[in-house]
Design a protein around this ligand. Structure first.
Ligand code: BDR
Ligand code: CA
Length: 317
């Protein structure tokens, strides 16, 4: 089988960690590297979390690069109420033995993409600061990247950070604006689809039937995330945004897509960070991305659970 090569840009983060584990559990994929950005937690915590999750899955050969610890223009906004102070909820993983590579994320992303033109899928599951600056520094990556899957935005759905804005976009709307208008081949995975993908307490109990550190990690991290969803959004369980974006690299049929011109409000008012699609083609602008607007949510959650079970068994062998 020809493996699909992916690079993550991520702010790990509970659902980011689950997306990394899903990638490691997926035989279709080869993970070329992980670039870290601030968002759910500081970039230092995020890099340590990425390394610790890789060690948990016995995959610490995968390089991790550290990116920016601030958005381009906006002040820093972290999400301790959603992901806990260090980013992984109640999970306490051993401190990683490995370290991030010396290269900054911007150079790491550009070098990896340019070294394999047309081969790398970039999976962006955090604020887009690193990717925006990589495009400015090395614009050839726009043509060289195979495709870009971006978890972000709320098109018809309400926001999860302001009434109209989704977290990844709201943290760095200027970066999102740059990436959306860069000409990269983008698939957007907004809250419209991710908020249908709920991991339930029963799902976690099913995983815990396997005695392995991975179900324990999933249980400890998502317990915190579920408390957040219960308290703030009246959702029983937790939304696994980032794993859905990753799954579309090898199972695009999980979603239905429409091509649209999508823009981001960076005007600084109450709708700062709002992402909107020109459904009626009023702007006459050409579509700049594919947008996932329908999802077979339970099929996806089942796929996630099956792969977590397989990975859990594999690392305990
Ligand atoms: C996004 O923001 C973060 O909380 C999650 O990790 C996800 O990437 C959802 O809005
Ligand atoms: Ca994320």
């Amino acid at each position: 089988m020809n493996l699909k090569r992916i690079l993550f840009d991520t702010d790990p983060g509970i659902d980011d960690a689950l997306a990394i584990l899903l990638a490691l559990a997926s035989p279709e994929l080869e993970v070329d590297g992980i670039s870290v950005i601030n968002g759910n937690c500081s970039v230092d915590n995020g890099a340590a979390n990425a390394l610790a999750v890789l060690e948990l899955a016995k995959a610490n050969h995968i390089p991790v690069a550290r990116g920016f610890d601030l958005p381009l223009v906006q002040p820093s906004l972290l999400a301790p109420e959603t992901h806990g102070n260090t980013g992984l909820g109640y999970a306490k993983l051993p401190a990683p033995k490995t370290k991030p590579v010396a290269q900054h994320s911007v150079d790491f992303l550009a070098e990896k993409i340019l070294s394999a033109p047309g081969e790398i899928t970039l999976v962006c599951i955090g604020p887009l600061t690193n990717v925006a600056v990589a495009i400015r520094k090395e614009p050839r990556i726009v043509q060289a990247v195979k495709d870009v899957i971006i978890m972000g935005g709320a098109i018809r759905h309400q926001g999860n950070t302001t009434p109209v804005a989704e977290f990844n976009v709201y943290v760095d709307p200027h970066a999102a604006h740059m990436v959306y208008h860069s000409g990269m081949p983008i698939t957007l995975v907004p809250l419209d689809v991710t908020y249908q993908c709920i991991l339930t307490p029963d799902d976690v109990r099913r995983l815990q039937k396997i005695k392995s550190p991975i179900p324990q990690f999933v249980a400890d991290s998502t317990r915190f995330y579920m408390e957040f969803h219960d308290e703030f959004q009246k959702i029983e369980g937790c939304v696994i945004n980032d794993p859905l974006a990753l799954a579309l690299t090898f199972a695009p049929e999980l979603c239905d897509y429409e091509e649209h011109y999508v823009d981001v409000d960076i005007s600084g008012g109450v709708s700062m960070g709002n992402t909107y699609a020109d459904f009626y083609k009023m702007t006459k602008n050409a579509a700049n991305m594919k947008v996932a607007l329908g999802v077979r949510a339970r099929d996806f959650v089942e796929l996630f659970l099956e792969r977590m079970e397989q990975l859990s068994k594999k690392i305990s062998e």
